[in-house]
Design a binder for this molecule. Sequence first.
Ligand SMILES: C[S@@+](CC[C@H](N)C(=O)[O-])C[C@H]1O[C@@H](n2cnc3c(N)ncnc32)[C@H](O)[C@@H]1O
Length: 268
Amino acid sequence: MTQPAARPPAAITPVIYDGATVQDVANADCDWDHFDSASYFEHNYSTAREADIRIARIIARHFAETARLYPTGGRAIDVGAGANLYPALAMLPFAEDVHLSERAESNRLWLDAQIEQPAPSWTDFWRVISSGREPYQRVANFQQSLRRRAHVQAGDVFKLPTGVYNLGTMFFVAESITTMNKEFRRAINAFVGSLKVKAPFAAAFMKDSSGYRVGGRDYPACPVDESDIRRSFAEIAHDVKLDTIEDTEVRSGYAGMIVVTGRAGKKK
Ligand SMILES: C[S@@+](CC[C@H](N)C(=O)[O-])C[C@H]1O[C@@H](n2cnc3c(N)ncnc32)[C@H](O)[C@@H]1O
């Protein structure tokens, strides 16, 4: 999730000409390596807020339910993990190896440190995720399990391998790394394409975001809504379900968050 844009991005202000944006910001245009992980975490995840609690419950229920339909174990991936551990926590019981794939060096260092010593809010997220769900309750100690199973890797969503992961998550990445709709769609295709057919996944998106600031730096976003997202998954996934989560607590500059759960590949 993202911080509200206090003002239009400075270095990347879109040029509006006749009502159309003529200057796009591509993923490759941004300085991801200096993404301020501590500031992002502090703003978004240092306490478990209501909107994230609702999202965490949705994805934990999805993974717990689909575990009955799909072989567990093997590899999972969280694409663009950033300074967020709860998608990885939701996959923990279902994979031997959880790849936290990140383009930003700052975030990779932050993730390594958090795996060693998770901040207290992750315990709150774990309670939400595990409460009343048997597969999670079999995990005796989530911190230990995280240390054993989670591996931080340098990764680029546009260069993911095809058909290798047993489950996956991608939170606030496709629409929050570019202003370009074609890159947004490519990121979703690459994420779902990295999963094995029928693998369960969860993804989250900011709705109608116009960009965001993290620690004094501006980052681009591609404004998308439910119909853009539904269309993006239509041909590449099945059992797709969307939930829109209002977020009235501290965020502004966008219209809520959209959570997608589903399974990879078209239904035969
Ligand atoms: C808005 S943050 C979302 C972070 C986190 N997943 C969350 O749920 O809050 C976007 C993340 O995408 C990462 N990112 C940017 N470009 C990427 C790329 N090409 N491949 C993978 N991750 C990328 C950024 O470093 C950042 O961590």
